[in-house]
Design a protein around this ligand. Structure first.
Ligand code: MN
Length: 236
């Protein structure tokens, strides 16, 4: 049976390579966790008290995805373009209202990601009580390495997470410093959404975020997971 016909070609499915496999990982949704390392929450002027607060989320459009190694234009509408180095969790199963004990089975794999941010636009939105979309959900703002299948990596509760700009270290922390760990995040997020295969979760960035300019090369690393790289080209 022929499929539906469209008035123009539908966009390609965003996807990522998978290490050791010929198939690609089709990306469904991109969830991002805000303020999930204490020192970063403090540098943003919004400390977190886990005893009284819950994690919060924003999303990026799947079309904002771009693979590690790309050169991207300095984005439109900003004078304060920032990197945020993050562990990405790739979901491979269906899950709703998960218990923390059931969260591990949801994980297909991990990646090293960059939550690229138009910080000036994000902070205006934040301080005026507006949505963060202009600051966070823009073209080529969700950078990811290939996905490493979970294998025997397990829940990845520790490991160095680092970022360099032009070879100079700007972020250096450990996954053990996540305020809400992966199991807690999956359990919490699944109270609000039916998690589906293809969902990506950017788990938050450590301290040391900062501006970059045209010509800069960013390289991030997460122990046992991989590397993510991005070059900033001229403004459009
Ligand atoms: Mn982030």
């Amino acid at each position: 049976m022929p499929g539906p016909s469209y008035v123009f070609a539908p966009p390609a499915t965003p996807s990522l390579p998978i290490i050791g496999r010929p198939e690609r990982f089709p990306v469904n949704r991109i969830f991002c966790v805000g303020r999930n390392y204490h020192a970063h929450a403090v540098e943003m002027g919004r400390p977190v008290d886990k005893a009284t607060m819950q994690p919060f989320y924003f999303t990026k459009s799947p079309s904002a995805l771009i693979e590690s190694g790309a050169t991207v234009p300095y984005p439109a509408g900003t004078a304060n373009y920032h990197y945020e180095m993050e562990l990405v969790v790739a979901i491979g199963a269906h899950g709703f209202r998960l218990a923390e004990a059931d969260a591990q089975r949801m994980i297909f794999g991990y990646a090293a990601g960059l939550d690229m941010t138009r910080r000036d636009l994000q902070l205006v939105a934040r301080d005026q009580g507006r949505p963060w979309d202009l600051g966070k959900d823009f073209e080529k703002s969700a950078v990811s390495s290939p996905i490493l299948p979970v294998g025997d990596l397990g829940s990845l509760d520790r490991g160095a997470i680092k970022l360099q700009v032009n070879g100079e270290t700007r972020q250096s922390a450990d996954l053990a410093q996540l305020i809400w760990n992966i199991r807690e995040l999956l359990a919490d997020l699944s109270q609000f959404y039916h998690l589906e295969p293809g969902d990506l979760i950017y788990t938050g960035t450590p301290e040391g975020v900062g501006p970059i300019k045209s010509g800069d090369c960013i390289c991030g690393h997460i122990d046992r997971v991989g590397e993510v790289a991005l070059t900033v080209g001229p403004a459009e």
